[in-house]
Structure formats: structure tokens, C-alpha cells
Design a protein around this ligand. Structure first.
Ligand SMILES: C[S@@+](CC[C@H](N)C(=O)[O-])C[C@H]1O[C@@H](n2cnc3c(N)ncnc32)[C@H](O)[C@@H]1O
Length: 319
């Protein structure tokens, strides 16, 4: 492990070597998920975790790739947690669920590349290099979206919208209707294998789901060897859920972490100090001086020009 100064205060930051271990992807294919970084992060987590609190859980990648006695998975987004509830229920017989979804995909006339090549899509690929699935699926997707918006109890339709929708995202308008356009994606072999791996994790573990604000989630008594992992929205990055986050939240989070540290509760938090557009998180930089900081290598796709940029996340911990 190397040490090098990173910030203006010359705080010593530990740079982790690249780790090439395999990591499991959540079937929610969540924007900003941590699955690629989990091999680096989990190495820095304490060994023998008792209760594990994934406070900003999103798709759950930071839980699926961790070993603990009991998992507490939380996200303020109730729709995300509804999808976890739904997929956990289906995990008792995930093969049946995958099989049933085939009929739904067929009913809406959507492409299903896991089943093999589709001549019409192959033709569209020549003409519409980046939008062939979207062209093929648009009509079926709009019918699916309208059916879901007319009956929001049908979580299986919401899951299908996530699989066929823009960037696998979840977005609702003020009226509470799902409003993302069709994406250039479909149900391929990765979807079924992510569901199978998720089900295997669900069936082997004790998991409690909540949908609370982070502060309420960690207002509790902790036991020995409990560990809290926090992956908040990054103040200096754009994403749908960043609308929920501002400087006040950021400061409140660090205050709560200081209080937990005083009580001897172990935690680790992911974040980013600067990005390629020159944005800088001064609140984070000032606060993290008190703790151990690790540089975590990551690749992000820029929202502005669709290129992949090499950037560094930080992982700050009191372990
Ligand atoms: C960076 S994402 C987490 C990604 C997740 N670790 C994964 O691997 O999929 C941040 C998450 O924080 C959630 N969030 C935003 N504000 C929150 C709050 N006040 N309390 C709890 N969760 C919050 C968002 O809904 C979003 O899912």
C-alpha cells in the first residue's frame, strides 16, 4: 500500500492497489452503484461484521458483496425499496419468476436478447447504431408504462420498466407517474444471472429492509462488531437522486458520523473530493482530515460527452 498527499492540507491518503476480484451486480442495475468498487472497498471493511448497515443502499451492491450476520438495507426512495421487497419475495423461486417474465416480455412485444438473435433487431442495428433496441421496443414499452401507471400495485411491470427504460433508471413525475423514455437496453443474460445471484444472497442471509432518512436509520443502539457503510449522493456529481441532497445534508451526515465515532461505532463512507469539471467538495475535504482516507480508483461515464473518465473516489473510515 502506498501513501501520497492528495489535498491542499497535505493529508496523507492511502492509495490502494488495483484489485481484480469478481463482484456481483445487483438486478436493479442502479445508477452510481458500487459493484465495481466493492472488491477494493470490502477489503477495507472490518472482518467478522455482526450487523451491517447499508444506509444509502440503492441497488444493494454494497450489501450483496459483503459478508455479515445480519443486513440492514435502507434507502429513502420507497420505490427502490419496493423493488427489493418484491425481488426478495420472488427469490424463493427465482427460476419461476424469470420464466414468468418471459411471457410478460412476449405480451408487450419487447425484445429478449437472452433468447438469441432477433432478425429485425439485426436489421435495425445497421441503420440505428445506438438506438436499435429503443426503436424496436418503443411501442411495447409505452403500453407497459401506461399499464403500470394505471395500476401501481403491479411491481413486476415496474421491474420490467427498469430493465427496458432509459439507463435502467427509475423516475417518477410530480403526479407520481413513471416517466422515463424507452432505453437502448433489453432483457439479456446479465439480467437473469443478476437475479439468480441476488436470490442466492437473499436465501442465504438475514435481511431487514427500511426506507428512512439516513439519520433515523442509524439512530439506534449498536452492538459489538456492527459496521455502517454509507454511500451518499455525491455533492459534486449529477444524478437523479442528487436532487435529494445538498450542503445541509452533507454537513448533517458528517455531524452524525462524528457522534458515532465518539461512541466507538465503526463506519466507512464513500465520496468524491474533486471531479474533472473542477468541482471540489470543501466540506468533505475539511471534515475527512480527522479520519483514515483511502483513494479508490473508479471509472465514471461523463454525463456531458459519454466518455469514460478515470477518477478517484475516497473511502473514509474510523476503523
Ligand atoms: C450513490 S447512491 C447509492 C448506491 C448504492 N450504494 C449501490 O451500490 O447501488 C445514493 C442513494 O442515497 C439515497 N438517498 C438520498 N438521500 C437519502 C437520505 N437522506 N437518506 C437515505 N438515503 C438517501 C438515494 O435514493 C440513492 O439511492
Amino acid at each position: 500500500m502506498k501513501k501520497a498527499p492528495l489535498n491542499s492540507e497535505n493529508q496523507q491518503i492511502v492509495i490502494k492497489k488495483n484489485i481484480t476480484k469478481k463482484s456481483t451486480r445487483s438486478p436493479l442495475f442502479y445508477v452510481g452503484d458500487k459493484y465495481k468498487l466493492m472488491p477494493q472497498l470490502s477489503e477495507l471493511f472490518p472482518k467478522n461484521i455482526n450487523n451491517y448497515f447499508d444506509v444509502f443502499g440503492g441497488g444493494g451492491s454494497a450489501s450483496i458483496n459483503t459478508k455479515a450476520k445480519h443486513f440492514y438495507l435502507n434507502d429513502i426512495d420507497t420505490k427502490v425499496m419496493e423493488l427489493h421487497h418484491f425481488l426478495m419475495e420472488k427469490s424463493t423461486n427465482i427460476d419461476q419468476f424469470i420464466f414468468d417474465m418471459r411471457f410478460l416480455i412476449q405480451e408487450y412485444g419487447l425484445s429478449h436478447s437472452e433468447l438469441g438473435p432477433n432478425i429485425e433487431i439485426e436489421k435495425l442495428k445497421k441503420e440505428f447504431k445506438k438506438t436499435y433496441f429503443a426503436k424496436y421496443n418503443k411501442t411495447g414499452y409505452l403500453k407497459l408504462r401506461s399499464d403500470y401507471n394505471n395500476n401501481k400495485e403491479r411491481t413486476e411491470l415496474l421491474y420490467l420498466l427498469l430493465i427496458y427504460g432509459f439507463n435502467h433508471m427509475i423516475r417518477f413525475n410530480r403526479k407520481g407517474d413513471f416517466n422515463l423514455p424507452v432505453g437502448n437496453v433489453d432483457w439479456n443474460a446479465n439480467v437473469s444471472s443478476a437475479l439468480t445471484e441476488y436470490a442466492s444472497w437473499v436465501n442465504k442471509n438475514e435481511i431487514t429492509l427500511t426506507s428512512l432518512d439516513f439519520e433515523d436509520m442509524i439512530k439506534r443502539n449498536f452492538e459489538n462488531n456492527d459496521f455502517i457503510y454509507l454511500d451518499p449522493p455525491y455533492l459534486i456529481r449529477f444524478s437523479e437522486y442528487n436532487k435529494l441532497w445538498n450542503e445541509e445534508h452533507e454537513q448533517r451526515l458528517y455531524q452524525v458520523l462524528d457522534e458515532l465515532d465518539n461512541k466507538g461505532v465503526k463506519w466507512g463512507v464513500s465520496n468524491m473530493v474533486n471531479d474533472h469539471q473542477g468541482n471540489h467538495n470543501y466540506i468533505l475535504e475539511n471534515w475527512m482530515k480527522k479520519y483514515q482516507v483511502y483513494q479508490i480508483k473508479s471509472n465514471y461515464i461523463s454525463h456531458f460527452d459519454n466518455t469514460i473518465k478515470d477518477t478517484y473516489d475516497v473511502y473514509i473510515t474510523n476503523v
